[in-house]
Write a protein that binds this ligand. Structure first.
Ligand SMILES: [Zn+2]
Length: 159
């Protein structure tokens, strides 16, 4: 199995698979250094939130830096530790499909400066805005938690 980067219809460069992937397969590791919120660039789109006010920086040009958001994702994130996070398939994925995960599963910020992103992923269920985990419909929150792709810091925000 290998991944390749190419341009996508909606969101610039994306990460694709050259072979079919089985549901549950562990794919790419997210790497990089840990940053506190105050040390991140204002555009936090290249950072992965891994705990309250803690972020994992870009993984030095691994394919995972280019995984896009989808409101109907075929991947999620598997959380081993705050600096050990993997992309994992949550569906059977055909060859040459783009690998996407739902950014809201790892987003728990508060106040007017919280990170959000407009979405035009093209999925029928597109929410239009990528916002914090606690803003998702309860049914969708439970779906993602059931798949094991929601980190503890995000789950805490809905208790
Ligand atoms: Zn969307």
């Amino acid at each position: 199995m290998a991944f390749y980067l190419t341009s996508t219809k909606h969101t610039g460069t994306g990460m694709f698979t050259d072979e079919p992937i089985m549901n549950g397969a562990i794919l790419e590791r997210f790497g990089g250094e840990l940053y506190h919120l105050q040390d991140c660039d204002a555009d936090r789109g290249v950072y992965l939130q891994v705990d309250h006010e803690i972020y994992l920086g870009p993984s030095l040009d691994r394919a995972s830096d280019y995984t896009n958001h989808s409101c109907a994702p075929n991947c999620g994130l598997l959380w081993i530790a705050i600096d050990e996070v993997y992309l994992v398939a949550i569906a059977d994925i055909p060859a040459d499909a783009e690998l996407c995960w739902d950014y809201s599963t790892s987003t728990a910020e508060y106040g007017p400066d919280r990170w959000t992103m407009n979405c035009s992923c093209g999925a029928p269920e597109c929410r239009g805005l990528i916002d914090q985990f606690d803003t998702l419909p309860v049914k969708l929150q439970q779906h993602y938690i059931g798949l094991g792709v929601v980190p503890p810091f995000a789950q805490e925000t809905i208790k």
